[in-house]
Every structure is written in structure tokens, then in C-alpha cells.
Design a protein around this ligand. Sequence first.
Ligand SMILES: Nc1nc2c(c(=O)[nH]1)N[C@H]1C(S)=C(S)[C@@H](COP(=O)(O)O)O[C@H]1N2
Ligand SMILES: [Mo]
Length: 200
Amino acid sequence: MIINPGFKAKRDKSNRLPPGQYETTDFPVLSLGPTPQISKNDFSIKFFGLIDKEIEWSWEDIQKQPIVDVKTDIHCVTKWSKFDTKWQGVSIDYIIEKLNLKPDVTHVIAYSYDGYTTNIPLSDIQNNQAWIAVSYDNKDIESAHGGPVRLLVPHLYFWKSAKWLRGIEFTNQDKPGFWETRGYHNYGDPWKEERYSFDD
Ligand SMILES: Nc1nc2c(c(=O)[nH]1)N[C@H]1C(S)=C(S)[C@@H](COP(=O)(O)O)O[C@H]1N2
Ligand SMILES: [Mo]
């Protein structure tokens, strides 16, 4: 039997480090520009696209949704990995249940307050793989790390986890985002080292 090495490593707790990564214990900040300051009062997030009815939540609305704890390793394409980061957030599964997606949805596009976008296949944000994070270690997410609300998709390189999230579109078209149109890999699996588009 041939075992995919990435698959094996993912399940082997003694090897949590994807190829080419090193472990860091601090939390580096990686942003393409200045940190936008979005107050909780001004914040809202919209879910739109190929769905029955759009949902728009204020910060207060999000607090009324089921918020779960997520403990996960994260992997940045610049080669740092951080183990056991602790977030609190709303599962995308829960949001998808409410939205009633059209059957032709294949991708989601995350939109951020700084103009950043990123594309993710629908199947990668389903089944307990992605969250709308509202706090980090039970404290507000620092602005530099994407507060008030960021996307968390930890099984892909961290550039897919859009900071300062303001919307998620459900679409039947793949729309490569900020980094994906600038040479980063379209999918970004850390276990396969899908860093740049020539890593195919
Ligand atoms: N809106 C937005 N989201 C973003 C970015 C950004 O510049 N803008 N940078 C991405 C990149 S390249 C990485 S590695 C992570 C970094 O998150 P951190 O600053 O909390 O470590 O956020 C991702 N999300
Ligand atoms: Mo990154």
C-alpha cells in the first residue's frame, strides 16, 4: 500500500511540522499594507452569492451565534509554523446550514477591509475545517492579527485565513485572490509544499 506522505505526517503527532517549515513560539504579523482599524461598532460581515438570502451580521449578531473553541497548528508560507493556537469562532458549517447554498457553488471568496481577497474551494471550508474567528486565546483578536474578525482555515497556508474579514461570497467560479494572482499557489496545501504557482 502506498501512503501519501503528507497524509501520514498530518496524523503523526510526533511530526507536526510540514516540510520546509520551522516552529516559532511568537506570533509574527504578516500584512500587505497598514493595519486597518475597524471598530466593533463599525464592523459587519456579509455572506452573499449563490444562496437563498444574504445574511449580514454586526459584531453583536455574531456573539449570538454558537461560538466554539478551536485549537490548531498554523503554517505560514514564509516558513513559520505555530502549534496549538487557540481561537474562538463560528463554524462555517453552521453558517452554510443557514444560507441554503445553490447546488452549483464550488468556491468561496473571502473579502477583507484592506482590499485583500482569497479563494478557497467550498469543500475546504466544510466539515469542521474553517471558522469565522472572533477571539484569540479568549481575548479580542489584535488589529494586527485581523480583528475584530478573521477567517481561520488552518489546514491551508495561513494566507488563506483572511484578516479583517468583511464578506464571504459563495460562487460557481474560482477567483484567484491577492496572493494567488501574484505567484502564490492557487490551493496552498502545506503538507504538499504548495507555496508558489510553479510548485504544481
Ligand atoms: N486582509 C488580509 N488578510 C491577510 C493578509 C493581509 O495582508 N490582509 N495576509 C495574509 C498572510 S500572507 C498571512 S501569512 C496571514 C498572517 O496572519 P498574522 O499576521 O495574524 O500572522 O494573514 C493572511 N491574511
Ligand atoms: Mo503569509
